[in-house]
Design a protein around this ligand. Structure first.
Ligand SMILES: Nc1ncnc2c1ncn2[C@@H]1O[C@H](COP(=O)(O)OP(=O)(O)OP(=O)(O)O)[C@@H](O)[C@H]1O
Ligand SMILES: [Mg+2]
Length: 249
């Protein structure tokens, strides 16, 4: 059974078909890249999968269950988490506080003023384990909004990991980053997929990152699937070169 099955989903903004009959299956443990030119419908596709709005047509199955009409927070409870194209953290809190906040949310303790010591220790341990994944333990007490962009992105990824996802949706995690930051985020994603078995869909423009990480690529253009295949297949695909990579015919 595939982890995620997207069956012919569509979404329109007015007369614009932003997502126009996309189908895709993601297997457990897979890391899939989704690429395509600006405005291809990639973020809208994520919004449909994560339930920000319902598709106008089609079905979405997650872990064999029809989630097409399920609320976003119910999808999170089922094991789906996402990050946003524009980093969403609390900039005035430290990185550590951001991550701890997410750990507390996941444990349904956010509003509990008084917690047993054992539970508080469990929350601290989980927070530190997550910070350690991105080598953020030492810098963790710095105000998140003042950290380099790469660390802010990493903080956001750690917050989504705190929700214990089986499927993580990442929308352009390396956008706007310098080479070293891109490398660090790529290694974090690689560790999560290869070592921890986390399934992911990664919207990404940087082909170096895609070649390093993805087993398969789906190319979107004008709300449709233009091609799907291994990175080598896709790099050699003439239609993709014309539509996306900007190579003239
Ligand atoms: N909330 C919205 N209201 C109206 N139109 C929208 C909305 N969100 C997206 N669109 C339009 O839908 C199309 C697809 O947008 P989307 O953001 O999904 O593209 P994308 O592939 O993520 O692009 P990018 O690479 O620039 O992030 C675009 O034409 C966009 O202008
Ligand atoms: Mg987008």
């Amino acid at each position: 059974m595939s982890l995620l099955v997207v069956d012919n989903i569509s979404h329109q903004f007015g007369s614009l078909r932003a997502v126009d009959g996309i189908s895709m299956s993601i297997e457990a443990g897979e890391l899939r890249a989704v690429i395509g030119p600006n405005g291809a419908g990639k973020t809208t596709f994520f919004n449909l999968i994560s339930g920000f709005f319902p598709p106008s047509a089609g079905r979405i199955l997650f872990k064999g269950e029809d989630i097409t009409a399920l609320a976003p927070h119910r999808r999170v409870e089922m094991g789906m988490a996402r990050t946003f194209q524009i980093t969403e953290i609390f900039p005035e809190l430290s990185a550590r506080e951001n991550v701890r906040f997410a750990v507390e949310i996941a444990a349904h303790h956010r509003l509990d003023l008084w917690l047993p010591a054992a539970e508080r220790r469990r929350i601290e341990a989980r927070t530190e384990a997550l910070l350690g994944l991105a080598a953020l333990s030492e810098r963790g007490d710095r105000i998140a909004g003042e950290l380099p962009l790469g660390d802010q992105r990493a903080t956001e990824i750690l917050m989504s990991l705190a929700l214990n996802p089986t499927l993580l949706l990442l929308d352009e995690p390396t956008a706007g980053m310098a080479d070293q930051e891109t490398y660090d985020i790529t290694q974090l994603i690689r560790t999560l997929n290869r070592d921890q078995g986390l399934s992911m869909i990664l919207i990404e423009h940087d082909m170096r990152v895609i070649f390093e990480l993805a087993q398969r690529i789906t190319v979107l253009a004008e709300g449709r699937v233009l091609a799907e295949g291994t990175p080598t297949d896709i790099a050699a695909n003439e239609q993709v070169q014309v539509a996306y990579l900007g190579v003239p015919r």
